[in-house]
Design a protein around this ligand. Sequence first.
Ligand code: GRF
Length: 218
Amino acid sequence: MAKTKVGVLISGRGSNLQALLDAAQHDDYPAEIVLVLSNKAGAQGLERARKVDVPTGFIDHTLYEDREDFEKDLDAKLREAGVQIVCLAGFMRILTPWFVEKWRDRLINIHPSLLPAFKGVHTHERALEQGVRVHGCSVHFVRAEMDDGPIIGQAAVPVMAGDTPETLSARVLEAEHKLSPACLKLVAEGKARVSAECVRIAEGSEPDAETVLINPSV
Ligand code: GRF
């Protein structure tokens, strides 16, 4: 079967992009990364894509007075490449409703918290300040409001005594690298569909009802 064509938008390190590129190396993975676009020239993720011969592009948002004009160029590049699903993987620009609506239910984001908790930035610092025992990450379809939209998947990690934002972030990032490709796979296969603004996961792709993370252990 033809693979779903995916475009990834990044602004920096690109470790989630790497997880997607690695997954896409497998013949049975249902998606291929056909384009990586960055709004930052030196983004490390661009190099990761080049290494595996995935086309890249840089669109400098500072050259645009209007957000929508910047997004029109993003949109044109994505369409030229035949992109069907767009992944935001550490893309640090807020998208306007124009772009979000154009890609409705085909635009997904990875966020480092268990949404709807800790939308926005500095999620690990805030989780530690709030003393939560369980933290994690979410992959969701994007809506116009920041870090909002139907949740496709989440992964939880425990918060440990002595955690710093750095140690907690490293634990969450490891979970992100598993969750991002798993969620993209579900979307590419049509196994994660939005209905009444919630995602329905196809039968057979759900976890066991017994799966649970308890912290502290009991
Ligand atoms: C990740 O923590 C992601 O959840 C957030 O930005 C970070 C990007 O990291 N949206 P990377 O560029 O994928 O390494």
